[in-house]
Design a protein around this ligand. Structure first.
Ligand SMILES: *[C@@H]1O[C@H](CO)[C@@H](O)[C@H](O)[C@H]1NC(C)=O
Ligand SMILES: *[C@@H]1O[C@H](CO)[C@@H](O)[C@H](O)[C@H]1NC(C)=O
Ligand SMILES: *[C@@H]1O[C@H](CO)[C@@H](O)[C@H](O)[C@H]1NC(C)=O
Length: 320
């Protein structure tokens, strides 16, 4: 073994935690790990943000040179091709599907959740909480969100950092466009609307130990052109909150979800539905069906996969 290799190994063993794939690994004010897990390389985006990107993957290729990967034959290349095509046809991915996290245009921290009425365009700045609230997960609620949206509000072009607990809370229907959660803490988006439809268009969420979207209200959520990587569930209807009920309708179209669980978890006893079209989940995990409970008891799971009534799929695949 060469001495340089030995030094490298020793260094890796001494270093503290390494950043996960797609995690932050550098930038002004960053105090976390500056090295990436094996298989990932720390790539500079701007002075405020460097990110762990898959080493030698199509993702890196897509970021730098978009037309040189014709000799690659892995499934990664398929994803790259799709990403590049979609992004090019939809204005750089602002509302289209992309699996490449956009570079941040700077970063800012706020001591409390920012309340939004009307439309807020974050200009691709990374928002985070300081002091951080992510580790106090025992009793988190709306106050531990990064953004609170009033009924009818729209948020777009924002990166949400790891130090908040509850991402975005929508008090009524809302529109979430090209929003990226870099490291989901408790959950990414909580919907509390009494009725109507909320929209998630473009964007993505990474590293959600549990749910990405927690649907506690009623009505419909439409998720389109969205990317999920390393997550528990993409959407879960409230399983056992007090006053539980439905129906809650979930519409998922053109979503790519890898390294995680089902796209939706629904309560059939409340008439919830999940309609999945033109989407990919790499393990073929599309839906779990539960019997929801309104008195706090654990909701029993009654089945998995499409049943043609409550959960339907069309043009879904596992190659993503
Ligand atoms: C099937 O879904 C993929 C996205 O996963 C899409 O690119 C393709 O156009 C869809 N095919 C049809 C026939 O709609
Ligand atoms: C909720 O759980 C309680 C306690 O286990 C049970 O008595 C009740 O029937 C459940 N409700 C539903 C809708 O399953
Ligand atoms: C409600 O469900 C959650 C998630 O499965 C579980 O952690 C919690 O214990 C449940 N609450 C009760 C009272 O069973």
């Amino acid at each position: 073994m060469k001495q340089s290799t030995l030094l490298l190994l020793a260094g890796a063993a001494l270093a503290s935690a390494q950043s996960p794939l797609y995690g932050q690994c550098g930038g002004v004010g960053w105090t976390g790990p500056t090295t990436c897990v094996s298989g990932a390389t720390c790539v500079y985006s701007n002075d405020y943000y460097s990110q762990c990107i898959a080493s030698g993957s199509g993702v890196t290729t897509a970021k730098t040179t978009t037309k040189t990967s014709t000799t690659k034959t892995s499934t990664t290349k398929t994803t790259t091709t799709k990403t590049t095509t979609t992004a090019a046809g939809s204005g750089g991915g602002a509302t289209g599907l992309t699996t490449v996290v956009p570079a941040s245009a700077g970063s800012t921290t706020l001591p409390s959740a920012k309340v939004i009425s009307g439309t807020f365009d974050g200009g691709m700045v990374k928002y985070d909480r300081n002091p951080k609230v992510c580790e106090e997960q025992s009793e988190t609620g709306e106050e531990d969100a990064m953004f609170i949206l009033e009924a009818g509000a729209t948020i777009k072009n924002v990166l949400i950092g790891p130090n908040q607990a509850e991402g975005i809370h929508c008090r009524g229907t809302c529109t979430i466009q090209n929003v990226w959660w870099l490291d989901v803490c408790e959950d990414a988006l909580t919907l509390l609307q009494a009725s109507g439809t909320s929209y998630v268009i473009g964007g993505g969420a990474l590293h959600a130990a549990d749910k990405i979207v927690q649907f506690n209200g009623r009505g419909t959520v439409s998720i389109k052109n969205f990317y999920a990587n390393d997550y528990g569930k993409v959407v879960r209807s409230c399983g056992n909150c007090s006053g539980n009920g439905g129906p809650r309708n979930i519409i998922i179209d053109n979503v790519v979800a890898v390294d995680g669980g089902v796209l939706c978890g629904i309560n059939t006893n409340y008439g919830d539905t999940c309609k999945i079209t033109n989407s990919c989940q790499d393990d073929g995990k599309y839906c779990d069906r539960y019997t929801g409970n309104s008195s706090g008891a654990e909701p029993p799971k009654i089945g998995s996969g499409p049943d043609g009534t409550y959960c339907t799929t069309s043009n879904v695949s596992t190659s993503c």
